[in-house]
Design a protein around this ligand. Structure first.
Ligand SMILES: N[C@@H](CCC(=O)N[C@@H](CS)C(=O)NCC(=O)O)C(=O)O
Length: 216
């Protein structure tokens, strides 16, 4: 099998896959493709992924898209227990992953990317205003689900945890933080993730540090 190659953009949802790969013990490489620099729109990247989104995992001529699918694949390949085998516990993992990709990620869209929803720039402030209560409600649901939990699934770290970190980082961005409530359970969870060696290594690889982590 080829080395797994993760295409990532710093602090994007690909960060979850990057950390999971580092935790997994699998042999991998990662390729920086900065969204901010439109590197995902180049002809070269489009030839690999015509959908032009990050992340992708490429290996053996395969190109796997979707954070949820990539995380699940990493967990299944790894000999480290990154997703439970027990059917209900495994379903709980997919419950988190689907919630994060389909509901939480999308709740940021009116604030981060109003241009994807409406062309008319003069309506963007209204769209942002409408998006704020929904974002807040969605993030507070995460806070509720983490009550009394060390990790997303309870006592054991899993692929759900680095995915949660991505959205916590987004929630603390300079242009978002004023709209979100205090979320002590989630903040404590983030600190536990950030204390792990794999997370520290990936922050270094992606160039994430205390100065730029809250940047827009
Ligand atoms: N459903 C996809 C969403 C992928 C996605 O939207 N990724 C963002 C980065 S977090 C992206 O590629 N944005 C660039 C763009 O939309 O132009 C997933 O969960 O992986």
């Amino acid at each position: 099998m080829d080395k797994l190659n993760l295409y990532f953009s710093p602090r994007a949802c690909s960060l979850a896959c990057h950390i999971a790969l580092e935790e997994s013990g699998l042999d991998y490489i990662s390729t920086s493709t900065k969204i901010r620099m439109d590197e995902h729109k180049t002809v070269a990247y489009q030839a690999i992924n015509p959908w032009r989104k990050i992340p992708i995992l490429s290996f053996n001529g395969e190109v796997l898209t979707e954070t949820h699918a990539i995380l699940s694949y990493i967990a299944d390949l790894s000999s480290i227990n990154l997703i439970p085998q027990n059917p209900l516990a495994r379903a709980r993992a997919h419950e988190w992953l689907n919630f994060l990709s389909s509901t939480v990620h999308i709740a940021f869209r009116p604030l981060f990317r109003p241009n994807l929803l409406l062309d008319r720039e003069e309506l963007h402030p209204e769209l942002r205003k409408k998006g704020i209560p929904n974002l807040k409600k969605t993030l507070l649901e995460i806070e509720r689900r983490l009550t009394g939990k060390k990790w997303a699934l309870g006592d054991t770290y899993s692929i759900c945890d680095p995915y949660l970190l991505v959205f916590h980082i987004w929630s603390q961005r300079d242009d978002i933080i004023e709209y979100v409530a205090d979320m002590p359970n989630w903040m404590a969870h983030r600190k536990r993730i950030e204390a792990r060696e794999a997370t520290k290594k990936v922050f270094l690889k992606e160039g994430i540090n205390a100065q730029n982590i809250t940047d827009k």
